[in-house]
Design a protein around this ligand. Structure first.
Ligand code: FEO
Ligand code: CA
Ligand code: CA
Length: 536
């Protein structure tokens, strides 16, 4: 049903959309009457839903879902699926695309649900066994997934490809110099979004590493220590985290890509030139941090190259090579230190502070680069936007670019805090939002109710309109959108249901199993005739 709220925000689109989107590019945004809006929605193969605050994953009629894997599921006889699943990436094992490997990031761990630790107020110290359980719940999973004879995706338990990479896995640095005297780190964690290389590996981004191993104060040399109290049993420096990590889908071989710098990397989409040289875009998801672009030196390799930071005011990519920047030479002893202290270095050469750069995707029709800027509350930006980056002459090797705000979040647009995005087969955009679990259903976010999944047509009379196509369970962030090769399935991460729970006696969610069950972060497969028609 199209209720008054929906009519209201679509109607508002006529007023705000021109500013946000650019009227010439998107003729649909001039619609401003209920009748026209209703006519356009009538052409969708589904009826958009309104904001909902129930403890369910709600989809419109014509869409169905089922859970493929949830936190704690056995993927082998000795390993379990991790917590807080985020980015997903699919690697097909045959031409049908119905059999493949699914990489899944595990961004965080709930002590309450995974180790049973009740928090420091309990007056009890976390045990080594609890710390190990938590360290094993972060990182990533590789699971074999296949469509069964009923056409339903399922995880193949004990498949030889199934493996975990987690907080205790030794991972070498793909760099010629040691990092704080070590050639390998122990573990990967805070794995948020990522990218896929053309040679069969996934890039997984270590985002909020400071929540695990703290951060160094480079003035005093002191580390802030582990907020999770892991440093009672292990001694790992903050500098070993905050990297983009490359993992081979089939072998699980992993390495940390130092050349891409160290920050709260959100995503790392990869573009490859005809000569094999790769370009990787990556944003630093923190208020007033920057967007970066890495251009490799050698085909099919991300070991060496040049890292650039974006000055969005001048429309320039600025080299972060210490040999090209006197300001870097004055402040850092070598390129390794520049890369470790990337945020400081970026500001010294003129990187533009942005409103929390999150996911980045390439528009498959135009090649333009789309990046979510989720919000910047310190600057009064509560609802975020999506930025379009147009490289000069459409060349991803270019040193100049222009930007346009593609769309802004807000009550008028019906969504807030855009985070993860994906383009579908038709070049239409799917957007997941991430209003913080504790902020949902409260001002200024109460109108959006639970976090949602949104569909934005990119061409035709509905171009630029926002249609809600999913509503998350309580306190969930929807994320990790990946389409199957035939676009008949959308894999989606449903992360941290009930993260607002104070204790096991006061759970705010029981998704996905319902009843009195514990909530579990899960990967779902969304499918159905409405999705088929959208891709048809
Ligand atoms: Fe892990 Fe910025 O989201
Ligand atoms: Ca995110
Ligand atoms: Ca994405």
């Amino acid at each position: 049903m199209i209720n008054s709220n929906r009519r209201q925000f679509i109607k508002f689109f006529g007023r705000t959309g021109a500013m946000a989107v650019g009227i010439s590019a998107l003729p649909g945004c001039v619609l401003n009457t209920d009748e026209k809006t209703a006519n356009q929605i009538g052409k969708l193969p589904f009826t958009p839903i309104d904001p909902i605050d129930s403890d369910n994953l709600v989809l419109p009629s014509g869409f169905n879902y089922h859970v493929i894997a949830k936190q704690g599921d056995a993927i082998t006889d000795t390993q379990t699926f991790g917590d807080h699943n985020d980015y997903t990436a699919f690697y097909p094992l045959d031409d049908s695309g119905n059999d493949g490997l699914l990489w899944v990031n595990h961004e965080n761990v709930s002590s309450l649900l995974v180790s049973g630790y009740q928090g420091s107020r309990s007056g009890v110290e976390k045990t080594l066994e609890q710390v190990n359980l938590e360290m094993e719940a972060v990182g990533g999973s590789i699971i074999r997934v296949r469509k069964n004879s009923q056409g339903k995706w399922e995880m193949i338990k004990n498949d030889p490809y199934n493996r975990r990479i987690h907080g205790l896995t030794p991972i070498p640095f793909n760099w010629d110099e040691p990092i704080l005297g070590k050639t390998e780190a122990i573990g990967t964690l805070a794995n948020c979004a990522g990218g896929i290389t053309p040679w069969g590996s996934v890039l997984t981004c270590e985002e909020n590493y400071h929540n695990f191993w703290g951060e160094r104060n480079f003035e005093t040399g002191e580390s802030s220590g582990s907020p999770k109290r892991w440093d009672k049993y292990y001694d790992h420096p903050p500098e070993h985290y905050g990297w983009v990590v490359e993992v081979d889908f089939k072998t699980g071989e992993a390495s940390k890509l130092v050349a891409l710098g160290r920050c709260a990397h959100e995503a790392a989409p990869v573009h490859q030139e005809k000569n094999g040289i790769c370009v990787v875009y990556t944003g630093d998801d923190k208020e007033n941090e920057c967007l970066y672009k890495f251009i490799g030196n050698e085909p099919n390799s991300l070991k060496k190259g040049t890292l650039y930071v974006a000055n969005t005011e001048k429309g320039q990519w600025i080299s972060m090579d210490i040999n090209e920047q006197p300001a870097l030479k004055e402040n850092f002893k070598d390129q390794t230190e520049v890369l470790i202290r990337l945020r400081e270095a970026a500001k010294l050469v003129g990187g533009t502070p942005l409103d929390r750069p999150e996911d980045i995707e390439f528009d498959p029709i135009t090649g333009n680069v789309f990046m979510t800027l989720t919000n910047n509350k310190g600057k009064g930006n509560y609802h975020g936007s999506i930025l379009k980056i147009i490289e000069k002459d459409g060349n991803k090797l270019a040193m100049e670019f222009t930007t346009e705000t593609f769309i802004v979040g807000g009550e008028e647009m019906g969504f807030s805090c855009p985070d993860n995005i994906a383009f579908d087969k038709k070049g239409n955009l799917w957007v997941c939002c991430d209003i913080g679990g504790g902020e949902l259903n409260k001002p200024p976010y109460e109108k959006f109710k639970n976090n949602g999944l949104y569909f934005i047509p990119m061409s035709g009379p509905m171009a630029g309109m926002v249609f809600q196509v999913g509503s998350a369970p309580v306190a969930v962030e929807l994320t990790g959108l990946t389409f199957s090769p035939d676009f008949k399935t959308l894999f989606l991460s449903v992360q941290h249901p009930g993260e607002t729970s104070r204790s096991l006696d006061e759970l705010t969610s029981h998704w996905p199993d319902g009843g009195d069950s514990l909530p579990r972060s899960s990967v779902v497969a969304i499918h159905g005739e409405a999705l088929d028609k959208l891709m048809g």
